[in-house]
Design a protein around this ligand. Structure first.
Ligand code: NAP
Length: 240
């Protein structure tokens, strides 16, 4: 069987990594937890761009590159497609389907941080669930706003922002309590498509609150796309 390099960092990637044998490699950026109980090899850290990844594919005799990274991790996805093409290996990708708005939902897509700040103007108590990017803008919070920012790790906020550290999956009742306690009037999110973080959307729906959604990045064309872990595992069983 061809040697596989699996680029991960999300739960679906870990589920695939758990099925890989000892000759294959599971690759992590190094920002989250590193599993210690896998049969396959685990590699932590970047490659130094697409060129570095090409060198790794060649040096390690990789025959199939799998991109199972987060839908907003666009840089590594672009690098993966470019490097695989240059090294002459197939690139498969697991593309997590996006959440879809339901009837009555008030979802407002924004392109970038500037668009988000503009769309946020009418609100006073936003809940940010975008990761750590808002931390770079704590000095820019308007006097009329108080931000609640949820990230993987807690850290210091300031007089107008509290940072909560929490990891999904999140329960509906806990999300309801969070919105009520913080008097949230708008939710800010990526469209990650993950079931683990979906309950916050249900709460916004129940309360009739708007959701500002950072638009998904464009991802590159690859040799084969899959939309579920099971589809990909099935294809891997037939791999030579
Ligand atoms: P990114 O902007 O697309 O990638 C930045 C750089 O990190 C890449 O150029 C690469 O460095 C390195 N990198 C990323 N994923 C890697 C992997 N699986 N193995 C080795 N190196 C990797 O990615 P990001 O948005 O910062 O996300 C970093 C990681 O966290 C990703 O693996 C992603 O799956 C995971 N994650 C991201 C999010 C999110 O919202 N973005 C959420 C949950 C999990 P080099 O150029 O040096 O190779």
């Amino acid at each position: 069987m061809r040697r596989i390099l699996l680029l991960g960092g999300v739960s679906e990637a870990l589920a695939i990594a758990r099925r890989l044998g000892t000759e294959h490699v599971y690759s992590l950026a190094g920002v989250g937890r590193v599993p210690q109980d896998l049969a396959c090899q685990v590699r932590v850290g970047g490659y130094g761009g697409a060129e570095g990844l090409v060198a790794y594919l060649r040096d390690e005799g990789i025959g199939l590159l799998i991109d199972a990274t987060h839908p907003y991790a666009a840089q590594i996805s672009r690098n993966a497609a470019t490097a695989a093409a240059l090294a002459g290996v197939a690139c498969w990708a697991l593309r997590r389907p996006a959440w879809q708005a339901q009837a009555g939902d008030d979802w407002r897509e924004v392109d970038d941080w500037a668009g988000l700040i503009e769309a946020l103007k009418p609100f006073r108590r936003p809940l940010f669930t975008l990761g750590r990017e808002p931390l770079q803008h704590l000095q820019e919070i308007p006097p009329a706003q108080f931000w609640t920012l949820r990230a993987l790790e807690a850290c210091a906020g300031n007089a107008r922002c509290e940072v909560i550290g929490a990891r999904g999956p999140f329960l509906l009742e806990d999300e309801r309590a969070l919105f009520a306690r913080r008097q949230i009037d708008v939710l800010i999110s990526k469209n990650s498509g993950s079931q683990a973080t979906e309950p916050k959307l249900e709460v916004a729906r129940e309360l009739g609150l708007p959701v500002l959604i950072l638009r998904r990045p464009q991802l590159p064309a690859v040799t084969r796309e899959f939309f579920t872990v099971d589809e990909m595992l099935e294809a891997l069983t037939g791999l030579r």
